[in-house]
Design a protein around this ligand. Structure first.
Ligand code: SAM
Length: 310
């Protein structure tokens, strides 16, 4: 056990969860028990307890600790339940759910992520407490239904009907609903009178891609990442700060910085149309700038959500 990571974990529980209103002691205990560092790429180990989602490869992310705790709280688990986790990703949320419920199935559409999640779950001691499946989670897992709780960790255009159908009576479905940049966490309870829907917190998740989610090629549901180097008179004219403000107002992830050779380098990640609009702006820059060249490289998205400067 690494004392520095243990301390960071407890600080995360107090500062990011309890202080923001997560008050289910079982959820807080579960978040204090699962070693999140085993579910992030090794190079990001020191950022494992950051108040952020982090890239895990394949353009996907491990969810922000607060969102994992919020989703788990909305499920109102007491111990004996059977749960479905849609969007395994790193496997972290599945491990937290394994601390809270009796039986956990988790489903991921990207086979290599499912494979890595199995390894991480094994390393963290949850190998025999979570069943990882590969497939389209928008259809649920009929062979293992009904579920007392279903947690979806990716944004859907609406609650997938198959998931509602696979809820046990009074079972709870928690799903982010909206487009890829503006979503609300919805909590849908299967009652004798039909679905009872409540809206929880605003959130931002990668898209749920599947038969009852987004089609992979819907504009705005697919992330793009562009790395640009802008040369000309671009330092000392507010280029970096205006880029940061504009990228943040567009909800893009990435960063911007001045290079020693006088150029500005930036990475923009987000929906294709918004990245394109940012690139168009870089060709002009703020008043006072003179842009001679904008070199663009397209990269694999990493799931960045925040926009920073350096
Ligand atoms: N809860 C995860 C964790 O703790 O690491 C994070 C999940 S990540 C935000 C969302 C995941 O949902 C991605 O790994 C993505 O591939 C997966 N996903 C998207 N559409 C899916 C679908 N139809 N079925 C299963 N998984 C899906």
């Amino acid at each position: 056990m690494r004392p520095d990571l243990e301390t960071a974990r407890l600080r995360m529980v107090a500062g990011q969860l309890r202080a923001r209103g997560i008050d289910d002691e079982r959820v807080l205990d579960a978040m204090a028990a699962v070693p999140r560092e085993l579910f992030v790429p090794a190079v990001l180990e020191r950022r494992a307890y950051d108040d952020a989602a982090l890239p895990i490869g394949a353009g996907q992310t491990i969810s922000q600790p607060y969102m994992v705790a919020r989703i788990c709280s909305e499920l109102e688990l007491r111990g004996p339940e059977r749960v479905l986790d849609v969007g395994t990703g790193s496997g972290y949320q599945a491990a937290v759910l394994a601390e809270l419920a009796e039986e956990v199935h988790s489903i991921e559409r990207i086979p290599e992520l499912a494979e890595r999640a199995r390894d991480a779950l094994e390393a963290a001691g949850y190998g025999d407490r979570v069943d990882v499946h590969v497939g389209d989670g928008t259809r649920g897992l009929p062979a293992h239904a009904p579920f007392d709780g279903i947690a979806v960790a990716a944004a859907a255009p609406g609650p997938p009907p198959s998931l509602y159908e696979q809820l046990a009576p009074m079972g709870r479905l928690v799903v982010p609903v909206g487009d890829s940049w503006g979503q609300l966490l919805e909590v849908i309870v299967r009652t004798p009178a039909g679905p009872a829907v409540a809206r929880s917190v605003p959130c931002r998740f990668v898209p749920l891609v599947g038969a009852e989610g987004f089609a992979a090629d819907i504009p705005g549901a697919v992330l793009t990442r562009a790395r640009v180097r802008v040369s000309g008179r671009v330092q000392g004219v507010g280029f970096r700060l205006s880029t940061r403000e504009r990228a943040r107002s567009l909800g893009l992830g990435g960063w911007v910085g001045n290079l020693p050779d006088g150029s500005v380098e930036a990475v923009f990640e987000g929906p294709r149309d918004r990245v394109q609009s940012m690139l168009d702006w870089c060709r002009r820059g703020p008043p006072g700038a003179r842009v001679d060249d904008v070199a663009i490289e397209w990269e694999q998205p990493e799931g960045e959500r925040e926009f920073d400067e350096w």
